[in-house]
Ligand binder design. Structure first.
Ligand SMILES: [Zn+2]
Length: 434
């Protein structure tokens, strides 16, 4: 099963592409798809997005339970350092352990002796508790230690927890007052804002990922190839816009939305049929084993076989049946809801450019690698970017859309090894083809 391989969707596809570039193709024994062909590759992508979607659903269900527990003050996530989980009268409790008692001291050192975090870290090390500097700051900021629960599922709400307090709220507030005097929240660096395509864009001449730099005097950012002799230097703004234009060519036009969803559902139906076929086969096997068990019993009753032999085979057959029972839900779940999956994919496809523009550095990089598993290449002489590979699902959508004739995308064929995608430079309309 491909969802055994990974359920993280985009990331799974990324890993798959990485393997593919090494000549390794993922094979699923129960979903015999040839990953080396373009249609097989497409199917695998769909499977993975599907698995990801199932996973999201599961997570949502699971999150509802977690949220409910958190509201009651029960901490059910990973236990923070300084606590032990114990069970009293069938109830799980979080209590302060010996490490916690040492951490409690650190809070007091900060308030009473005005030690900074580093000093606290080294003093803790002296009494046998190793904590990194970063971890120390996280501990000082975690309201869990003064008995409160905060969790992103609670959407900013603080709940009085049922766990043992390490320190009072007063001490916690005092420590954080001190901490806040010299602290900054997470901010994107100017580098991350200005050169999101760093490393992702490769120099076409030597294949090295471009790095970036800034001319501070003018506050202008550039991408650059560091290899000797390449002399590639490109204004970051121009290359970012170029990339944006490439994305624009893959955007699903809202007027094609309904039709595209239908086309995708047809694709999914093919896949569901495969799933249904697998379910049918498994159920048949299960029945066949029932038959074997019956015959076995008859033979044992008529003393054709010994008790040892009888028990041995019963166990073997029962194990086979258990395995089938474990496998079945996977097939049935995987083909659960093609409509929702089509909706999910088309909503991504409509928003590619917006998603990229509005994302922070990390999500930009993720999306880039998701869509262009091998990165893109920039050629200094032509001023063009090209890529050898594009995410097959989104390419499929772009091609279908091209077929509809309502939006020209000019991507020549699915055979990406042959047709490197090429985009026009700068502000001109983007064109594809070699
Ligand atoms: Zn180079």
């Amino acid at each position: 099963m491909l969802d055994r391989f990974s359920r993280s969707g985009a990331n799974a596809i990324y890993i798959k592409e990485q393997l593919k570039s090494q000549g390794i193709y993922i094979q699923s024994v129960k979903q015999p798809i040839d990953g080396s062909t373009s249609s097989g590759d497409f199917q695998q992508n769909i499977h993975m997005i599907f698995s990801h979607y199932d996973n999201q659903l599961r997570k949502e269900r699971c999150m509802a339970g977690t949220r409910e527990a958190l509201m009651r003050g029960v901490w059910c996530a990973h236990k923070p350092i300084g606590y032990d989980k114990i069970v009293i009268n069938g109830e799980t409790k979080l209590v302060v352990n010996n490490e916690g008692k040492l951490l409690r001291k650190a809070f007091y050192w900060k308030v009473n002796e005005n030690l900074n975090s580093e000093q606290c870290v080294s003093r803790l090390a002296n009494v046998g508790l190793k904590v990194s500097h970063q971890k120390m700051s996280t501990i000082f900021r975690n309201p869990f230690y003064c008995g409160l629960i905060s969790h992103n599922l609670l959407e900013g709400k603080m709940v009085e927890g049922k766990h043992e307090k390490l320190i009072s709220k007063e001490i916690f507030l005092k420590v954080n007052e001190i901490q806040n005097k010299n602290s900054f929240g997470y901010k994107q660096t100017p580098e991350q804002i200005n050169i999101p395509l760093k490393v992702f864009v490769k120099c076409d001449k030597c294949g090295t990922g471009l790095t970036g730099y800034v001319v501070k005097r003018k506050n202008l950012w550039y991408y650059k190839c560091r290899s000797k002799g390449c002399c590639v230097n490109k204004s970051s703004e121009a290359l970012n816009v170029l990339f944006e234009n490439v994305l624009t060519d893959f955007i699903l036009d809202s007027k094609n939305l309904d039709l595209m969803q239908e086309l995708l559902i047809t694709e999914f139906d093919d896949r569901s049929r495969e799933g249904a076929e697998a379910v049918r086969l498994l159920k048949e096997q299960y029945q066949a084993i029932n038959g074997k068990l019956e015959r076995l019993e008859e033979r044992f009753m008529s003393e054709e076989i010994t008790k040892e032999l009888y028990l041995k085979y019963v166990e073997k057959h029962k194990e086979e049946q258990l395995k089938i029972q474990r496998d079945l839900p996977q097939f049935e779940l995987g083909s659960s809801n093609p409509e929702d999956c089509a909706r999910l994919i088309t909503s991504y496809a409509q928003d590619l450019r917006k998603m990229w523009l509005s994302g922070d550095y990390v999500s930009k990089q993720k999306l880039q690698n998701y869509l262009f598993p091998k990165g893109i290449r920039y050629c200094k002489n032509t001023g063009l970017v090209r890529t050898e590979d594009f995410n097959s699902v989104f390419l499929w959508i772009a091609l279908k859309q091209g077929d509809l004739g309502q939006k020209k995308c000019g991507i020549p064929s699915l055979n990406l090894d042959y047709a490197a995608l090429v985009a026009g430079d700068g502000f001109e309309p983007t064109t594809f083809g070699l």
